[in-house]
Design a protein around this ligand. Sequence first.
Ligand SMILES: [Ca+2]
Length: 447
Amino acid sequence: MSVNRSKGRWSAATILATVLMAGCASPPPPQAQAAAPTENAPAPAAETAPAAAVNVPDITAINQTSCPKQAASYEEWVARFGAYALHQGQSEKVVRTAFAGVYENPSIRDRAGKQPEFVTPVWTYLEKAVSPERIAKGQARLPENRALLAEIERDFGTNPNILMGIWGIETDFGNNFGDVNVFEALSNVGYGTSRKDFACTELLSALKIAAGGKIAPQDMIGSWAGAMGHSQFLPSNYLTIAVDRDRSGAPDLWTSMPDVFASTANHLVRDGWQRGQPWGFEVKLPAGFPYQEAELDIEKPVSHWQQLGVKRVNGQALPALSGDTAILLLAGHKGPAFLTTKNFKAILKYNYSTSYALAVAYLGDRVMGGSGIQGKWPVDEPQLSLAEREEIQQRLVDLGHLSGSVDGVIGLKTRKAIRLFQSRAGLPADGFATKSLLLEMRRRAAG
Ligand SMILES: [Ca+2]
């Protein structure tokens, strides 16, 4: 991932170093100076301190006992967070070292912005996420990891499919886990977006990791959103879930595959992964299937679906599975259908997106030799613009089917409202927002 680093370079590092030093009786230790960025680095901070530095108060003079909500600049936010971290018991040395190389990164706050004009259709997303190239890439990485994956399955109950799937979707099998330092990523989220409490919590966790002394702050690299390493763990996840499988003294999610796979497995197990169960599989729904039951929060035993006539996509009877299952449709009644288990929900805890979870599931299966999705996606379905998605929601509100904000996000609540409209209109109640649905709504409102 490339980020725009043209603006504000140095400033936060300079200012934090300056304000922290102001409170020190002695000069900072050499390592704090060494931690400053070296790539295209200007002269040392003291010689190039921008005029803006004098406008920022001394961090030791800042009484910051909670996560900073107001700041006139990125530099001030970092200084205030630094004061807050000291208040929370972090050492000045750890704070100074951690923030020595950060700078303002406006592209981070742009990414966390408003709803997109168009939402990528699930089939387009899957085509890229589970491409033949990526499947081949995963298969190439299997031999070197096969024994380790077997050991993890023995100890955690997570099969190789799911671990390869998550590794491939999260970071393209380690080829891309982001290039942003976690302190830079999260301080920009804290300053530039509304997710300030999230940023403060995660930054304090990141400081705790650094304070452990086993992972250097500058090595804590990840996405613009603060997800770190091969498994894309947030710092708080690292502290509570990550596993030091290779017993080096700390979980290393950047270079140790035993630690990476064990940490991912631990995440899944904590969220209910059941040994020996599949995530689910593709199914064929019979004519007249009650589509309003195809939603992840409607959980039934397999026998319920058998009675309704649901079969595996190859026509075979559904296998016996313990626990409740749910039917998933991601593109309405014309698209593929899936029967999912609790394990699918464990994948969703990793990243709450059904498209993401399906991509993880299929990539893992394909890497391990399984076949792809058989059903046909409605690829000719026109995309809905933000205005059209909002219009559907507004019409549902006007009809009394939906309450709450009109935000263009077609989530569970909106789908349920669409199903209500569809049932009353005698349409298959699949909850899928389409252009034809919108046209039908307009037609009925006019008539
Ligand atoms: Ca380790």
